[in-house]
Design a protein around this ligand. Structure first.
Ligand code: UD1
Ligand code: UDP
Length: 435
């Protein structure tokens, strides 16, 4: 059985990482078994088995269940389109998440939609012709995903779409077009929630292809938060001081928010008002946004404000800490809306819609659009302010904990395991796996 994993951007690397780590663990089990057999001793008494158990435990995986597939003749390749290529949008995640180097790097980089997606299709087809995988895994809604879906569907390669069925119902978003097209040619549709499944059923997609499995972002968050607390470099060096100061975390990168002067100018003004009146804002800037702020000459407005800390995009471990220590998150990111919900941090979404309505339903997220009044109402709806506009204090007079309690709708952190078991079992039924 040959699996191909396609990825290209920051969120795909993060959300695909639990699947890659599971596959890597399976490979490791096989390697250890082979070595112990060659050495002529029983694996159960081998110390390396303990090492392996520890390694699986770190990934939150169940050792026994893992062994279910440990006799499979399985190999996998990672294909990176390099849609993201800057060190802090790409390599840092491979390093921090302990992922094997990509088998292929298509080196596509940035470009207009047609140019970027078309170049990916041409390059990916060549790799798939050589590798002949049984299944191609894609995750999310980027141009990399669309290129994977088009290429594999034309070649008769099965497509496993992780995070299927999300809909903003806004076809102006490039991601919405990518989602719809990809879902309609996929063979395994891994919907994170019942709502996502319903979206697919309403579009006439065969129910037998749809599996509600949660979102691998929960696996990634739970696996890495513990590691982050121990080993994150920048912010963990001085976590206490970050904790003492109330701050809001901001991310912004959606094309519909950054690419139009008036929209971006309004957002920038709102950010400045919030920072001046409520709390310091930490803003790791996505490269698209930095370019646009420079192009529209809006950067000085932000950089001259002492209550706004502009920083480069940070690695996943630092970002998880920044999120979990924030009083509130302002974002237009999909993954960040989910992580805020998982980490128990209130979120305001700077958009007019979301393809993650589950977060709004459980109360972790409010869609605030672009009107400053809505931002303030959202802020006050989420956090407790006193009459002076200061964050309230709890009974012991400590810095208030703004964290609210809600149920995480995205699963319990075993999505990668479930996804792979479904794919393996299906291919086993088709006698593709040598036992
Ligand atoms: C892409 C996805 C978006 C996803 C986001 C995750 C599409 C259509 N968009 O948006 O769905 O939410 O990734 O972050 O697939 N750039 C760099 N370095 C990089 C990457 C990009 O400097 O490593 C700059 C380039 O100027 C580039 C711009 O950012 O033109 C936009 O990059 P692109 O990959 O086209 O779209 P994103 O906005 O990153
Ligand atoms: N993220 C990160 N560093 C940052 C900003 C975000 O590691 O400086 C992570 C974040 O934890 C989340 C993912 O990037 O898992 C979200 O990616 P992005 O917002 O770029 O894309 P989207 O989810 O909107 O597609």
């Amino acid at each position: 059985l040959k699996i191909a994993i396609l990825l290209g951007t920051r969120p795909e690397i993060i959300k695909m990482s639990p699947i890659i780590r599971y596959l890597d663990n399976l490979k490791e089990i096989k390697r250890i078994k082979k070595l112990s057999k060659m050495a002529g001793y029983d694996l159960s008494s081998d110390k390396s088995e303990d090492n392996l158990k520890n390694r699986l435990q770190t990934d939150g995986l169940n050792y026994i269940e893992n062994l279910k597939f440990n006799n499979m003749d399985m190999e996998y390749v990672i294909i990176h389109t390099n849609q993201h290529y800057s060190q802090n949008m790409d390599k840092i995640f491979f390093d921090e998440l302990n992922l094997p180097k990509s088998t292929y790097n298509l080196k596509i980089g940035s470009g207009r939609h047609g140019e970027q997606t078309g170049s990916m299709i041409v390059a990916l087809e060549k790799v798939l012709v050589d590798e002949k995988p049984d299944v191609l895994f894609i995750q999310g809604d980027t141009n990399t995903v669309l290129a994977g879906a088009i290429t594999a569907s034309k070649m008769g390669i099965k497509i496993a779409h992780v995070e299927a069925g999300l809909r903003s119902f806004d076809r102006k978003m490039p991601e919405e077009v990518n989602r719809v097209l990809t879902d309609h040619v996929s063979d395994f549709l891994f919907a994170p929630t019942g709502i996502a499944k319903q979206n697919l059923l309403k579009e006439g997609i065969d129910e037998n292809k749809i599996f509600v499995v949660g979102n691998t972002i929960v696996d990634a968050t739970l696996q890495n938060l513990k590691i982050a607390k121990h080993s994150s470099k920048t912010y963990a060096q001085d976590p206490e001081s970050k904790n003492k100061e109330d701050y809001f975390l901001l991310t912004l990168h959606r094309a519909e928010n950054t690419d139009y002067f008036e929209k971006l100018d309004t957002i920038v003004d709102n950010i400045i008002e919030i920072a001046n009146n409520y709390a310091k804002i930490i803003f790791p800037i996505h490269p698209r946004t930095l370019n646009k702020l420079k192009q529209f000459n809006l950067l000085p407005k932000l950089s001259n404000n002492p209550k706004i800390e502009l920083i480069e995009p940070v690695g996943y471990l630092d970002f998880l800490l920044l999120e979990s220590n924030a009083k509130l998150i302002l974002t237009d990111s999909g993954g960040v809306q989910e992580e805020a919900c998982i980490l128990g941090v209130p979120c305001l979404t700077i958009r007019e819609n979301t393809e993650r309505p589950e977060t709004v339903a459980v109360g972790s997220n409010i869609i605030v659009g672009y009107d400053y009044e809505h931002w303030i109402n959202g802020l006050k709806g989420m956090l407790d302010y006193d009459a002076d506009g200061k964050l309230g204090k709890d009974d012991s007079g400590c810095t208030p904990c703004s964290k609210k309690h809600w149920e995480n709708p995205f699963g319990c952190g075993h999505s990668a395991e479930t996804i792979l078991e479904i794919v393996f079992s299906d291919l086993m039924d088709n006698n593709k796996i040598i036992k």
